[in-house]
Design a protein around this ligand. Sequence first.
Ligand SMILES: C[S@@+](CC[C@H](N)C(=O)[O-])C[C@H]1O[C@@H](n2cnc3c(N)ncnc32)[C@H](O)[C@@H]1O
Length: 262
Amino acid sequence: MDKEISTQRWHENAQTWTTLSRAGYDVYRDVLNTPWFLRFLPDVTGQFGIDIGCGEGTNTRRVAQLGATITGCDLVQTFVDAAQELEAHDPVGASFTQADARHLPFVDNHFDFATSFMCLMDFPNPDQALKEAFRVIKPTGFLQFSILHPCFVTLNSKRDQDPVTGKLGRTVHEYFTHSNGAEETWTFGTVPPELLDTIPKFNVPRFHRPLSDWINDIVTTGFTLEAIQEPRATDQEARDHPSVADTRDTPLFLHFRCRKPE
Ligand SMILES: C[S@@+](CC[C@H](N)C(=O)[O-])C[C@H]1O[C@@H](n2cnc3c(N)ncnc32)[C@H](O)[C@@H]1O
């Protein structure tokens, strides 16, 4: 897929994404994925970080609230503007700039750590973004990132219910197929029906690839793979937020923590 089309789609998605996520409709993010990601982080108190693919900045600001100073960057200026506006209104120690994850405008060894929430599977050649993250963090610093779980979210996979037990899970096909920018049209599952006609849907280019590609790129870049985790809703979270109950059975997200050696 043409890199520019991927850029254009995220530009088109940005305003609606900002409005809906800030209205609380990105329930997987707010209830499950971000809390797990933040608990998985090493101590960042007093550290200087970069958040790659920061979107409208909510997650970047959550990291700042843990005691870090952090710069969020995103390909799309509309997201950067929204993040800067929120930070100006309620400063927590984050700043924001426009940048492509594959060409970061920072010198080598500039940051203590890097985060990236649900971004690296959204564009072609994520190996270049891993190399750039490796370059801009200091030796002994870490990169922690989340992606759609490549084993369970392919271009041909869907939420499913076991007909016998009634348990929610997923069926998965085409694990080995690289989706190379095929577009999916959707919105957050909890947007109420009366809003659905009035808001544009997202068109999200998908760049699915198998788990081995991710791990081999991490290792080839020079990172040490330190830990992984697969967020899973608790019984209580599943009861309070039925839309995340499927992660009790099958994970949708995968988190990596990688370390740049000394
Ligand atoms: C699923 S959103 C996640 C946003 C945010 N991290 C969050 O968790 O709310 C993916 C983000 O990646 C950004 N993005 C896509 N391609 C990018 C690239 N090549 N460089 C930097 N950001 C990119 C998009 O503009 C979008 O903001």
